[in-house]
Write a protein that binds this ligand. Structure first.
Ligand code: ADP
Ligand code: ZN
Length: 623
C-alpha cells in the first residue's frame, strides 16, 4: 500500500493524455488565424480601385481612412438615408506621396496603422512550424518501426479490457509444456481468495519466450479465457512513438484500469521494444521516453497489490536484450518457453485450424506436418487458409491434398525469402549428428543421461540439440567423467563421418569444447601420460593481462610445450578412435534411431532408453 501511494505522488505533475501535443495545436490555431486575417482582413468592404478611391476623396464622399503598409481601408460619409449604415471600402495601397495632402485638403480623418507585432511574428514562425511538423509527419510515415502515423490516433485510445477472450487452452495446440506451466496462473486467477487464504506466494508475472507466430498472444488470451477474467493488452512497440510523458501515463492508466478489474490479465506484447537494456541502440531521441516508460512499468510492477489478482504476461522473442531489472524476482521471474512445434504439435495445430474446413478424404494432416519442419503456428494457420482459398477459387466442394501442397509451396516461398528453411539432406545430417552425441552418451560409463534429442530447427545457430541432464550435482570430476564428456562431444562429428564419410560445419562448437576439456586435463589436472602430475599454466597468448601480471613468457621450455601439444593431440586421437569404433558397432541402432528421429523430430528420454536397451552389451560397450 505504501508503495502504491508513492507511485501516485510521482504521477501528479504529469498532465492528462492530451488529444494532440500542445505545440501541434498551437501551430494549427495560429495558421488558421493567419489565414482568416489574410483572407477577410484584406477584403473588408467594397474593393475599390485606387483611382476610384482618389476620385471619391476629391468628391468629398469619404469620411475616414486607416492607412497600413499594404492597404487603405475607410468609411464613406453617412448617406443620410434612415437606417443605412455607412459603407466600408478598401483598396490596395500604391506609392503616393501626395496622399496625405489630398486627405487633409478634403477634411478626411486619417489614421496610420503598423501591422501588429504579434501578427508579424506569427507570420514568420507559423510557416516554419508547419514545415517542421510536416517533416515529422513524413519521417513517421517512412519508419514503420515507429508505428506509422495512424498510431497518433491510437495512442489516445482509452485502455479497455476484453471481457471475454473466448480463447481456451484447447485452441492452442502443440504447446503442452507451456500450457502446463501456465495452469498455475489460471488456478490462481480463477480463485484468488483461496491463494490469499493460504498465504502462498502469488505469481506476479511470466515471460513467454519464443519465435514470432508460435502462439504467445494466443496463450496469454487462453489464460484469461480459462480463468474467465478480463484481458488487457498493449504492445511494447506502441510506446516507441509516443510523445513525452505519454508512455509513462499510459502504463499508469493501464495498471489503474487493471486494478479496478482484478482479477485480470495484463499482456504486454513485444516487451523487448520497451524493455531493451538501457543503453542499447535505438533511434536518436527515442531513448528517454522509452526509459521513462520502462521505469514506470517497473514501479507499477513493484507497487501493485498482488493479492488483488493482476497477473502480467509479456511476450518476447529476444529475451537476451531485456533489461535485467525486468527479470528480477517479483517481476518477470519466470520464463515460459513457447518454441516451434514438433511434428506432433504441427499436426495438432493443423487439426485445430481445419476444424471449420471441409477436407477431402485424401487429406492426411500427419503427412502435411511432416512436410513442414520449422513452421510455426501462424504459418500453419496460413497454409490451411491458403488451401481453402485455392479450393474455393477452383469451385471445388472440399479442400484436397493437392490444394494443401500448393499452399505449402506458396507459404514456403514466402518464408524462404524471410529466413532459411532446412533441406531434407540437411535434416538427415543434423539427425545423424545429434544421434551420434546421444548414442555415445548412452554407451559411455560416467556420462550424463540423455534427456531429449531434437532436430526441430530453431533459428540459424543450432540446428538441433541433444540435452543431457547430470544425474547429480558434481564439483569433482574423475578422469573417466572428463573423458566421457569429450567422447559425447566428439560423437556428433564421428557419426557424420561414419554414416556420410564427410563432416559438416555443424560440429565446430563441439570440437572447440572438447579441445578445452582436453587442454584442462593435460595442463591443469595433470592427467597426461608422460609429463606426470605437474600443472602448466594455460597459454593465453601475449595478452595484456599476462604482461601486467608480470608473468613474462611461459615458465616451461619449448620442449615441454611440444610435449604438451603432443600429449593433447594423442589424447584427442585416442578419444576419437574409441568413439568411431563405438559408432561403427552401433551402426544398426543409429540407422533405426535416425528413422524415428526424422519422423518425430524429437525423442524423449524414456523412448530413447527403450530403443537403446535392446542393443546393450556391457562387456564390449565400456571398451
Ligand atoms: P505470437 O504472439 O507468438 O507471435 P500469435 O499468438 O499471435 O503468435 O499467433 C498468431 C496466429 O497463429 C494465431 O492467431 C493462430 O491463428 C496461429 N497460431 C499460432 N500458434 C498456434 C498454436 N499453437 N495453435 C493454434 N494456432 C496457432
Ligand atoms: Zn554437436
Amino acid at each position: 500500500m505504501s508503495q502504491k501511494s508513492k507511485s501516485n505522488q510521482s504521477n501528479s505533475p504529469t498532465p492528462q493524455i492530451p488529444v494532440a501535443p500542445p505545440w501541434l495545436r498551437a501551430v494549427l490555431i495560429a495558421s488558421m488565424a493567419l489565414a482568416v486575417i489574410r483572407l477577410f482582413g484584406a477584403s473588408a468592404g467594397e474593393e475599390l480601385s485606387y483611382s476610384q478611391f482618389k476620385r471619391d476623396i476629391a468628391a468629398g464622399k469619404i469620411e475616414r481612412v486607416v492607412v497600413s503598409d499594404s492597404t487603405v481601408q475607410g468609411r464613406y460619409r453617412a448617406s443620410g438615408v434612415e437606417g443605412e449604415s455607412p459603407k466600408i471600402f478598401s483598396t490596395a495601397r500604391i506609392p503616393d506621396d501626395g496622399l496625405v495632402e489630398v486627405l487633409e485638403a478634403n477634411g478626411v480623418e486619417f489614421i496610420g496603422r503598423n501591422p501588429s507585432p504579434l501578427l508579424t511574428l506569427v507570420g514568420w514562425i507559423a510557416p516554419v512550424l508547419i514545415f517542421v511538423g510536416a517533416w515529422f509527419f513524413i519521417m513517421k510515415r517512412f519508419n514503420p518501426a515507429q508505428g506509422g502515423v495512424m498510431s497518433l490516433g491510437k495512442s489516445k485510445a482509452k485502455i479497455v479490457a476484453e471481457d471475454q477472450t473466448g480463447i481456451t487452452f484447447a485452441d492452442v495446440a502443440g504447446q503442452e509444456e507451456a500450457k502446463d506451466e501456465l495452469t498455475e496462473i489460471v488456478k490462481f486467477l480463477a480463485t484468488p481468495e483461496r491463494y490469499r487464504a493460504l498465504g502462498g506466494k502469488l505469481p506476479r508475472g511470466a515471460l513467454l519466450v519464443g519465435p514470432p507466430g508460435t502462439g504467445k498472444t494466443m496463450l496469454a488470451k487462453a489464460v484469461a479465457g480459462e480463468a474467465k477474467v478480463p484481458f488487457f493488452s498493449i504492445s511494447g512497440s506502441e510506446f516507441v512513438e509516443l510523445f513525452v510523458g505519454m508512455g509513462a501515463a499510459r502504463v499508469r492508466d493501464l495498471f489503474s484500469e487493471a486494478q479496478k478489474k482484478a482479477p485480470c490479465i495484463v499482456f504486454i506484447d513485444e516487451l523487448d521494444a520497451l524493455g531493451k537494456a538501457r543503453g542499447i541502440g535505438g533511434m536518436v531521441g527515442g531513448h528517454d521516453e522509452r526509459e521513462n516508460t520502462l521505469n514506470q512499468l517497473l514501479v507499477e510492477m513493484d507497487g501493485f497489490d498482488t493479492t488483488a489478482g493482476v497477473v502480467i504476461l509479456a511476450a518476447t522473442n529476444r529475451p537476451e536484450v531485456l533489461d535485467p531489472a525486468l527479470l528480477r524476482a517479483g517481476r518477470f521471474d519466470r520464463q515460459v518457453l513457447v518454441d516451434r512445434p514438433d511434428r506432433i504439435g504441427r499436426e495438432a495445430i493443423l487439426r485445430v485450424h481445419s476444424r471449420g474446413v471441409k477436407l477431402a478424404p485424401d487429406v492426411d494432416l500427419g503427412i502435411l506436418a511432416q512436410r513442414t519442419p520449422g513452421f510455426v503456428g501462424a504459418d500453419l494457420a496460413n497454409i490451411v487458409n491458403e488451401a481453402a482459398l485455392l479450393a474455393a477459387r477452383r469451385d471445388k466442394a472440399d479442400v484436397s491434398m493437392a490444394d494443401f501442397d500448393e499452399a505449402i509451396d506458396r507459404v514456403v516461398a514466402g518464408l524462404e525469402k524471410k529466413n532459411r528453411l532446412i533441406t531434407p539432406k540437411e535434416k538427415r545430417t543434423v539427425a545423424v549428428h545429434e544421434l551420434g552425441h546421444a548414442l555415445v552418451a548412452a554407451f559411455t560409463p560416467g556420462s550424463d543421461k540423455v534427456h531429449k534429442i531434437s532436430i526441430v530447427p530453431r533459428g540459424l545457430a543450432a540446428l538441433g540439440y541433444t540435452q543431457q541432464l547430470p544425474t547429480e550435482d558434481r564439483y569433482l570430476m574423475t578422469r573417466e567423467e572428463l573423458e566421457a564428456k569429450v567422447d559425447v562431444l566428439l560423437g556428433g562429428r564421428a557419426a557424420e563421418q561414419v554414416i556420410f564419410g564427410e563432416i559438416s560445419t555443424g560440429a565446430h562448437n563441439d570440437l572447440q569444447r572438447a579441445t578445452e576439456i582436453v587442454q584442462s586435463m593435460v595442463l591443469e589436472y595433470g592427467m597426461g601420460d608422460t609429463l606426470g602430475v605437474l600443472t602448466y599454466p594455460k597459454r593465453r597468448g601475449a595478452f595484456l593481462g599476462d604482461q601486467l601480471a608480470g608473468e613474462g613468457p611461459r615458465p616451461y621450455s619449448e620442449a615441454t610445450a611440444q610435449a604438451l601439444d603432443e600429449e593433447m593431440k594423442k589424447l584427442m586421437e585416442r578419444r576419437m578412435d574409441r568413439v568411431i569404433r563405438l559408432i561403427r558397432r552401433k551402426r544398426a541402432l543409429l540407422d533405426s534411431l535416425a528413422e524415428v528421429l526424422l519422423e518425430k523430430e524429437v525423442i524423449e528420454a524414456a523412448e530413447f532408453e527403450r530403443l537403446v536397451e535392446q542393443h546393450r552389451d556391457s562387456a564390449q560397450d565400456a571398451a
